[in-house]
Design a protein around this ligand. Structure first.
Ligand SMILES: C[S@@+](CC[C@H](N)C(=O)[O-])C[C@H]1O[C@@H](n2cnc3c(N)ncnc32)[C@H](O)[C@@H]1O
Length: 433
């Protein structure tokens, strides 16, 4: 401690187990009182204690920021202050280079997404309902097309990669609407670190799912390891339980139909039957009374009122066994599909079958877009690659914005949207400095 009664920024950071940039953030936002001495800040003991009291949980000195991340914070060199990320980089201009329609959205912006997102905040802050991003995965590789056109470089690794993604996520959060969601596609080597960063930014409580995506056929290599045939998609809401959710179910396939609906009705087609009673006794209610000469079995009650049971029977939807036991007919044709779970199989196609390396499966994107956006929503993909997200968003009548800084991506998006007769305004970001 350099001055009696005062702490340095580093000492406060050590105490709070956060970076010095985070402490600067508290000073700048006036949450933590500090005094400038010579060229650096000092924090009086009293002020530090007040800060702890105001932000502590369960008696332990924990800061508010930690509450977001369940008391874990990812620390690495050169982690920039959130405040600086929001307010530092200069803005440039977004210039229209090819106009194909008069709408405000449905556009592709060529440029570094950090700078483009900064500009986009002027017009789209709090307006994006769905963000899907599939950034580079810190593989240290270069990606090229079938014709060996260089598509994009994935050379940022370790903490530099994490900081790259963190900066963009901070801006993306500001673009999300109150009912918005973000899906981030990543691999399992770096994904768990990204999860902690997303917790810091979006809040642990707004984490919804870590979806395992089966990306290829099982692997049969000779390494001392299990085959790694999946990657992950981290799904967060801006505000949990307020996020758009359309409960899209998985349709029943032939195999499941054959297992679950084994009987065939001459009029209604494939069906199965369910009991018409359920556990629990009704003392006085209608569902405990005699229906068609029978009482519900001991300790059980009718699942439906007796009036509904009669209607079902008249419609031919009660099956009576030889011994007079009634069961409800459940039709395969009325099956509403299955709740989607958090393991999805959507395999990538080989390079010779796609427009762009690492291009994602359209059905996979369709599930995300249908579930987490509405027809008036704007969908954003700022690592657009081939523009697959934009094409699926268009198919589903959403508005869309794509961003990418690869010339190959720009050319592929332009060419393939044209082939699909999808109109798009093309812009380019130019720096003003
Ligand atoms: C994994 S690919 C996305 C593929 C895409 N999901 C698809 O289905 O085609 C990642 C993309 O991020 C782009 N990218 C990487 N860094 C970027 C940056 N700073 N600004 C904009 N785009 C970037 C790359 O050019 C590349 O096209």
């Amino acid at each position: 401690m350099s001055h009696a009664g005062f702490l340095t920024v580093d000492e406060v950071a050590q105490n709070l187990k956060v970076t010095r940039q985070t402490v600067s953030k508290y000073i700048k936002s006036k949450e933590l009182n500090a005094i400038k001495m010579n060229k650096s800040y000092r924090i009086a003991h009293n002020d530090f204690e007040n800060f702890l009291t105001n932000n502590s949980i369960a008696g332990e000195p924990q800061i508010a920021y930690l509450k977001n991340s369940k008391n874990c914070l990812l620390d690495y060199p050169d982690k920039m202050d959130e405040f600086e990320i929001r307010y530092s980089y200069s803005k440039g201009a977004i210039k229209l280079v090819d106009k194909q329609h008069d709408l405000n959205d449905n556009k592709f912006i060529f440029g570094d997404n950090l700078l483009v997102l900064k500009n986009l905040l002027d017009t789209h802050s709090g307006r994006i309902d769905l963000i899907y991003i599939d950034p580079p995965f810190a593989t240290g590789r270069e990606f090229s097309s079938m014709n060996e056109d260089s598509a994009y470089s994935d050379k940022l690794i370790d903490s530099e990669f994490l900081e790259f993604i963190r900066k963009r996520l901070i801006l993306l959060k500001d673009l999300l609407s109150e009912k918005g969601s973000i899906y981030l596609h990543i691999d399992k080597k770096i994904g768990h670190y990204v999860k902690i960063i997303m917790d810091e930014i979006f809040g642990y409580n707004n984490f919804i799912n870590d979806i395992t995506r089966i990306k290829c056929n099982p692997k049969n290599f000779s390494r001392n390891a299990y085959g790694n045939y999946s990657d992950m998609v981290l799904f967060y809401a801006k505000n949990r339980d307020k996020n758009i959710w359309n409960e899209i179910t998985e349709p029943m396939d032939k195999e499941k139909r054959e297992t679950l609906f084994t009987k065939k009705h001459p009029k209604f087609g494939y069906y199965t039957t369910n009991p018409i009673h359920a556990p629990g006794k009704t003392i006085d209610g209608d569902t405990g009374k005699e229906w068609k000469g029978s009482l519900p079995p001991k300790g059980r009650h009718w699942r439906y009122s007796r009036e509904v049971l009669t209607q079902l029977d008249e419609a031919g939807l009660i099956e009576w066994s030889n011994t007079g036991n009634p069961r409800k007919i459940v039709l395969a044709s009325e099956h509403k599909g299955f709740k989607v779970q958090d393991v999805w199989e959507f395999k990538d196609k080989g390079l010779s079958y796609v427009d762009y390396p690492t291009q994602k499966n359209f059905d996979f994107l369709e599930r995300i877009i249908r579930n987490s956006s509405n027809t008036d929503s704007i969908v954003l993909d700022c690592f657009a690659g081939s523009g697959s997200t934009l094409k699926v968003a268009e198919k589903l009548n959403r508005k869309w914005i794509g961003v990418d800084n690869s010339t190959h991506s720009y050319n592929v998006v332009k060419e393939t949207l044209k082939q699909s007769k999808i109109k798009c305004n093309f812009y380019e970001y130019t720096s003003l400095t």
